[in-house]
Structure formats: C-alpha cells, structure tokens
Write a protein that binds this ligand. Structure first.
Ligand SMILES: CC/C=C\C/C=C\C/C=C\C=C\CC(=O)SCCNC(=O)CCNC(=O)[C@H](O)C(C)(C)COP(=O)(O)OP(=O)(O)OC[C@H]1O[C@@H](n2cnc3c(N)ncnc32)[C@H](O)[C@@H]1OP(=O)(O)O
Length: 302
C-alpha cells in the first residue's frame, strides 16, 4: 500500500513536463565504466551516473549548481536514477557524491519553501518524504562520499546511506541546523539522527543546530570515517567492496530489520506530516525567518 503511494508520487513526477526525457541522457563512456565494456554514463541534467558494471557499483554525482540544493526537479531526478539502478540487476551498490566543488548539498531548496502556494508545499514535501523513504530503504548498499559542506537536508540525505566518508576539510561541516533558520527538523529527520548518534547527542545537536566540522562529526558518529580530501572516492570504493562481500539477501534483510520501524512511522503518518509541514511553513513568522535567512545568504556576497 505504502509502496503504491510512493509509486504514484514518482509516476506523477515523471509525467511533469520537466521530468520528460530524463530517463536516459546517454553520455561519454565513464572513467569508471569497468574496463571499457561499453556501459556509458547516464543520468539527467542534474544527476550524473557513472556505472562500473564489473564491480556492480555506480557513482551517482549530484550536479545541481551552485550548491546542490534539493529542489523538486533535482529530487525527482535523483529518484529516477535510484529507481533505474535498483531495477538493474547489474548494480548492488551506489556511491553518492557531489559534482559541485566544496558542496555536498546545501539541503532543501529554500526557494521551494518561500512565497509559494500551499499546493506547491504539498507537492514539494511529498517529494522530500519519497526521497528519504527510497534512499533509507534502498536494497542497494549506499555509501556517501561527502566531498563538501552538508547542512540540514544535505546531512539527512547522507544519513540515509549505509556508511559516510567525509573529506577532512574544516569547511565541510555537517549537521541538522534547522533551528538556526527558525524551523524545526521533522520527526523523521530527528529519528534518522537518533538512529545514527543516539538520543542525547541528537537532542543537543538539533536544539543548537550544530554543524560539526570533520573531527567532531567523527567523534559524535555523524560520519563513519574522515579521510584526506583526495582519498574520499577511493575510500568509499574500498568500503563498498567490504559491504558487497556480504551475502546480499542477508545484508538486505538486516537493513530492513533495522530501518523499517523508523520508516513505518512516516509511512503511517505521511498525510499528517504533510499537513503539519504545510501549516508550519505557511506561518507568517516562519516565512519571515526563511526570507531573512535567504537574504542573509545573498548579502554575504556583497
Ligand atoms: C513542528 C514542526 C513540524 C514540521 C516541520 C516543518 C518544517 C521543517 C522544514 C524544513 C526542513 C528543512 C531542512 C533544510 O534543508 S533547510 C536548508 C538548510 N540549508 C542551509 O542552511 C544552507 C544554506 N546555505 C549555505 O549555508 C551556503 O550557501 C553554503 C555553505 C551551502 C555554500 O556557501 P557558498 O558561499 O559557496 O555559496 P552561497 O553564496 O552562500 O550560495 C550560492 C547561491 O545559492 C543559494 N543557496 C544557498 N543555499 C540554498 C538553499 N538551501 N536553497 C536555495 N538556495 C540556496 C544562495 O542564496 C546563493 O544564491 P544567489 O547566487 O545569491 O542567488
């Protein structure tokens, strides 16, 4: 039932004008294309997929410049790429990384949550929910190669992965900083963080909107490994090999066992969660906070 709802959201998204033609955007043969067996990079305008069929792995590169903000279009393209890889028996694992220098993802796209109509907020929030559910419950091994800053929704996306490797650069902070924007991390953001670093550490991190630099992120457990910047991709590949050495069915069932209760909570409260989001985001005070935050970002330049 829940899956059917998810499929409807995805199918509706695919029917949108901007989603047409996204299914295959054939490109050059990937550098990671498994010794020239002819499998090409594919993807969409904002998501580049570099397949390595020999290893059963695809590198999924987010490229929604300037900051990989998670817009509706971008989320839809990410979902399409994930679905395509999940439906292709060649692939057992994904490395999720960024093609935007210094930025993994700036999180949810603030312009999707500012000055729009309630119907838009409903559509956007469904896509955010769907992305979280799909990545969190993916049967594939998903490893985040975090090569840039990763606030809020960017951090959440990495938390859906099975393992996080972060580049050791003090600028590459990571965390759920929603309170700094005057907004509140929804319960499933919070649950994902609690499952990763525990209740007390989450309580502190979320209330204070902490963005952890690499050493702190490793200490608290937001990431699993911190490595020099030029070793992020190779480390993600070695870790992937380790995870893929485990019998797939046993690993997948264990993942489901661990994650299903958390996902089920959102699945059973999905509509209520949308209503809560729309009510919250439509408040004058919240809109003012978000506008002010966006303005601050823009003025930073000048
Ligand atoms: C009871 C409660 C019930 C329910 C809960 C209800 C609601 C919860 C709702 C939402 C949860 C949201 C989670 C989120 O993800 S919110 C987004 C949080 N993200 C951030 O705080 C990051 C903001 N960005 C930055 O800090 C920086 O941009 C940077 C560090 C990522 C990169 O810095 P740079 O110096 O490299 O680049 P900038 O000049 O700052 O930015 C370039 C360009 O991009 C625009 N931009 C940046 N971030 C975003 C974004 N998240 N969305 C949209 N646009 C973004 C920025 O404004 C610049 O635009 P211009 O070039 O000036 O036009």
């Amino acid at each position: 039932m829940a899956l059917a709802v998810g499929m409807r959201v995805l199918t509706r998204a695919l029917l949108r004008p901007w989603a047409r033609g996204l299914r295959v955007a054939p490109g050059r043969t990937g550098p990671a294309a498994g010794g020239g067996d002819g499998m090409r990079c594919f993807g969409s305008p904002r998501v580049l997929v570099e397949p390595d069929p020999a290893a059963g792995v695809a590198v999924v590169k987010m490229r929604n410049p300037p900051v990989n903000s998670l817009s509706l279009e971008f989320l839809t393209e990410l979902l399409i790429s994930l679905e395509k890889l999940e439906n292709d028996k060649t692939f057992h694992g994904i490395i999720l990384t960024s093609d935007c220098p210094g930025i993994f993802s700036a999180g949810l796209d603030l312009t999707e949550m500012c000055g729009r109509k309630p119907e838009h907020y409903v559509e956007y929030w469904k896509a955010v929910q769907e992305t979280w559910l799909r990545f969190y419950l993916s049967n594939l091994v998903v490893i985040a190669a975090i090569n840039g800053v990763s606030p809020a929704g960017g951090c959440l996306l990495s938390l859906t992965c099975d393992y996080r490797v972060l580049a050791n650069n003090p600028k590459y902070t990571i965390g759920l900083n929603e309170t700094l924007l005057g907004i509140v991390a929804p319960f499933w953001f919070k649950d994902t963080m609690v499952n990763t670093i525990g209740h007390r550490a989450t309580e502190r991190a979320l209330q204070l909107g902490l963005l952890f630099p690499p050493a702190e992120a490793l200490r608290v457990g937001v990431v699993d490994q911190v490595v020099p910047e030029d070793q992020v991709q190779s480390t993600a590949r070695s870790v992937m090999a380790q995870w893929l050495a485990i019998p797939d069915h046993a690993r997948q069932l264990t993942k489901t066992l661990m994650r299903k209760p958390t996902a089920d909570r959102l699945l059973t409260e999905r509509d209520a969660d949308i209503q809560t989001f729309v009510r919250f985001i439509c408040r004058d005070s919240v809109q003012k906070s978000l506008h002010a935050y966006l303005e601050k970002l823009k003025q930073k330049k000048g």
